[in-house]
Design a protein around this ligand. Structure first.
Ligand code: FES
Ligand code: FES
Length: 197
């Protein structure tokens, strides 16, 4: 037997609130099944190494890099892709904030930016600082260098979720200078509740 041959079998996944059965190799990347078998092209193939975030999805509400997760690890879990964030024809508030802030150039990274922001914001119970925002997105790469507009979109999503606070607080630094005097109160940790399945 060829040890490199794929071993396809029937696999049932729950994706965007729907049960889907596919024929696939359980050891293949989850991203391939989502894009090729489920025809969900929100998650993108960027680095393929778990480094850029373009392939991000939610698994049980946590961010997951689907290029680096075997399909079999998602069996029995709730998978949500970018397509599944909108409901009843309404964009998710984070998606709407990115539209309103025009937070894109080519858009390739936006899947990861939006998925990460969604998981992060869902977990927050109080308004984050500017440093928290930058910290939450620091592991997502944008090769166009559109970080300023992306940060504006995230600030808008934050302001929409926490409207009672002074919006100037998070909208303030509008430059891309490092915020050395600010410390994050919400450090990005691999095992924080919203981050990294
Ligand atoms: S494509 Fe998955 S992290 Fe880059
Ligand atoms: S907008 Fe092009 S990679 Fe981010």
């Amino acid at each position: 037997m060829n040890p490199t041959a794929t071993q396809t079998r029937e696999i049932t996944l729950t994706v965007n609130r729907q049960v889907i059965t596919i024929q696939a190799d359980p050891n293949s990347p989850l991203l391939f099944a989502l894009r090729n078998d489920c025809q969900l092209n929100g998650p993108k193939y960027g680095c393929g190494l778990g480094e850029c975030g373009a392939c991000s999805i939610l698994i049980d509400g946590k961010t997951a890099r689907s290029c680096s997760i075997p399909l079999k690890a998602a069996i029995g879990r709730q998978i949500t892709t970018l397509e599944g964030l909108s409901q009843n024809g309404q964009l998710h508030p984070v998606q709407q904030a990115f539209v309103d802030a025009q937070g894109a150039q080519c858009g390739y990274c936006l899947n990861g930016m939006i998925i990460t922001t969604t998981a992060w914001l869902d977990h927050l119970t109080e308004r984050p600082s500017e440093a928290d925002i930058r910290n939450a997105l620091k592991a997502n790469l944008c090769r166009c260098g559109t970080h300023l507009e992306i940060l504006d979109a995230v600030r808008l999503a934050v302001a929409n979720k926490f409207p009672e606070a002074d919006s100037a607080a998070t909208r303030q630094p509008q430059t891309n200078q490092p915020q050395q005097d600010q410390t994050s109160t919400n450090p990005l940790e691999e095992n924080s509740p919203w981050n990294r399945f």
